[in-house]
Design a protein around this ligand. Structure first.
Ligand code: ATP
Ligand code: MG
Ligand code: MG
Ligand code: MG
Length: 570
């Protein structure tokens, strides 16, 4: 590619709504362009990365025996009604009507459609197992789209669906996908960790998440450095409370150092970065059923409704349901006078109104007047049962496998594999005929990868103060050739054109910067864009028969004899 014929558009400053480094750098490097909340145009530079991610995913899916098809983005509501998800999914499911007033969903995922394919196409056990996948646009009307491609509303996902005769078959299909995911994330050149995503029955988890390890990740991962134990916080929380309660209290005591507020101590205890993850600590009353006088303590990571809380739909949410007001008083040792009025009319809407960092004295952050307890000052030790309930697992707890102690790190969920069983096939009557000619429900698994999220995750793990540092396998270009005076020096032009031709011929994804930019601006652009290898050709080096090579992480350039340049870069 010649840079003059490509489209490069870099910025000195990131827009103010970009909060995290990957979002800032992707905007500055001209990889994406915002169209609306969580909706982006993938600009030519960003699209090159997406296509490389897709190519690796596709290769490994095919290698694992999955078969590609392409299912529609707009899907009839009837299918979603069959499984009940039309009602169950809530506001995240984007719904549209056609000119006849018929309802459609814009797919957030494709279980319904693939099960519809399966029930008409898979008739005999002889056709099984089979695994269908596609790489397709998804739409989820996320409550808080943020961080650029990391939590978009429109995004690209690879989703695969396996169909087997029985649970044994499903386990094999699942393992094949798990192994493919390990290969995929290894090929991306990213540090990742697979974690159990449910507490599972003995003998293994039925679901795993793949996380790119990054300090800015939204999820807390629990793992044992000296064994294979790894789970996300929700799965790890399912451990018996008694085994960890003591440790939790100890950890709180340890972190409750003078000069540190209680909220900082709790955030630290929970392994949550301040001001990013815990958005609000709320005492809320369930006004839907005022007779019950249910009072909840909510430790929220975002904005949520109490309905969601009660359905336990919020990942990483910690709650404690108080039986009555007296219990609150008992726990906090505070007279009821500190509590605000209890509303009884509207459903409670819990909206985070401040971050933990701002809650210096750990005052609970209720917001809607008359609908929450407000002003509860927790500037005291939290009682032990509460701490244990907030989070069962803390750093240093014994690993459930008895092979060491637990550590916590943060991750970005980039993949998810799930043993679905027969939920969808039973709801949609998707059966095959066994050897005896008897209909049996298809046993399903589903497997997702957040293709566009990978870009953000890769950058969160690989950047410096000059910009992005792409792993070579997914870089927009592998090598950039920078001529010193392309229009001025005949020698430079001849040699760099030759090198460009040779590298292209050899299948290297190379870009020649023939834009005529000055060296400083040219270097700054490619460092921001994150091309992993740079070659500079100038008269001075050529005089000694050399070109200059610098890897994106190198602090200094290396002189390479021109004759060896091709071999060196390959
Ligand atoms: P999250 O917990 O981040 O909301 P999820 O568990 O809802 O993700 P899945 O339904 O498991 O997501 O979808 C499979 C994959 O799609 C996820 O592992 C993630 O990589 C990606 N993904 C999900 N939601 C988004 C989004 N809003 N933007 C970009 N990628 C997403
Ligand atoms: Mg989600
Ligand atoms: Mg998730
Ligand atoms: Mg998931």
């Amino acid at each position: 590619m010649r840079a003059s014929r490509f489209f490069i558009s870099t910025l000195k400053e990131a827009p103010s709504d970009a909060e995290i480094v990957s979002h800032k750098l992707m905007m500055r490097a001209g990889m994406i362009k915002r169209l609306g909340a969580g909706i982006y145009t993938y600009m030519p530079m960003g699209l090159r990365v997406i296509r490389k991610v897709e190519a690796i995913v596709r290769e490994e899916m095919n290698r694992a025996g999955a078969v590609e098809l392409l299912m529609p983005v707009v899907q009839p509501a009837e299918l979603w009604q069959e499984t009940g998800r039309w009602n169950k999914m809530g506001a995240e499911l984007m719904r549209v009507k056609d000119r006849h007033g018929r309802d459609f969903a814009i797919q957030p995922t494709s279980e319904e459609v693939v099960t519809d394919v399966a029930r008409s196409e898979l008739r005999s056990y002889k056709q099984l197992p089979v695994n269908f996948y596609h790489i397709q646009t998804k739409f989820r009307d996320e409550r808080r789209p943020r961080f650029g491609l990391m939590r978009g509303r429109e995004f690209t996902m690879k989703d695969a669906y396996s169909f087997d005769r029985d649970v044994d078959g499903l386990k094999k299909s699942y393992q094949a996908m798990y192994d493919a995911y390990v290969r995929i994330f290894t090929r991306f050149g990213l540090e990742f960790r697979a974690v159990a995503a449910d507490n599972g029955a003995i003998g293994g988890s039925g679901s795993h998440e793949f996380h790119v390890v990054a300090a800015t990740g939204e999820d807390a991962l629990v793992y044992c450095p000296t064994s294979d134990y790894a789970a996300n916080m929700e799965a790890a929380e399912a451990l018996p409370v008694d085994s960890t309660r003591g440790a939790a209290t100890q950890a709180l005591e340890k972190t409750a150092t003078p000069g540190k507020s209680k909220c900082e101590a709790v955030a630290e205890l929970l392994g949550l970065p301040l001001a990013r993850t815990v958005k609000s600590i709320v005492l809320a009353v369930d006004n839907e059923d005022p007779a019950k006088k249910e009072i909840w303590l909510l430790l929220l990571r975002g904005d949520h409704e109490l309905n969601e809380v009660k359905a336990s739909k919020i990942p990483g949410l910690s709650t404690y349901r108080f039986a009555n007001e007296a219990e609150i008083v008992e726990w906090f040792g505070t007279p009821p006078g500190y509590l605000g009025p209890i509303g009884t009319k509207k459903p409670v809407k819990v909206v985070a109104d401040r971050t933990v960092a701002n809650m210096a004295d750990f005052v609970c952050g209720a917001n809607e007047a008359d609908f929450h307890y407000t002003g509860a000052n927790w500037g005291r030790d939290l009682p032990e049962p509460l701490v244990a309930d907030i989070r069962n697992v803390v750093e240093g707890d014994a690993s459930p496998d008895g092979k060491g102690v637990l550590a916590i790190q943060r991750g970005i969920e980039v993949g998810h594999v799930f043993q679905l069983g027969t939920t969808y096939s039973e709801a949609m009557k998707a059966t095959y005929l066994d050897e005896a000619g008897k209909p049996q429900p298809l046993v399903m698994g589903c497997y997702g990868i957040g293709v566009t999220r990978i870009l953000g995750a890769a950058i969160e793990q690989n950047f410096d103060d000059r910009g992005i540092i792409w792993p070579t396998s997914i870089a927009p270009f592998e090598v950039v050739l920078c001529p010193m005076g392309y229009d001025r020096s005949e020698a430079v032009k001849t040699e760099i054109d030759k090198l460009y031709a040779q590298l292209s011929e050899a299948g290297v994804d190379v870009v020649l910067d023939d834009r005529g930019e000055r060296p400083g601006a040219m270097f700054a652009d490619w460092e921001l864009i994150g091309v992993p290898h740079r070659i500079v050709v100038g008269d001075r080096g050529l005089k000694d028969g050399n070109i200059e090579y610098q890897g994106r992480r190198d602090t200094e350039a290396t002189q390479v004899p021109l004759a060896e340049a091709l071999a060196f870069i390959q």
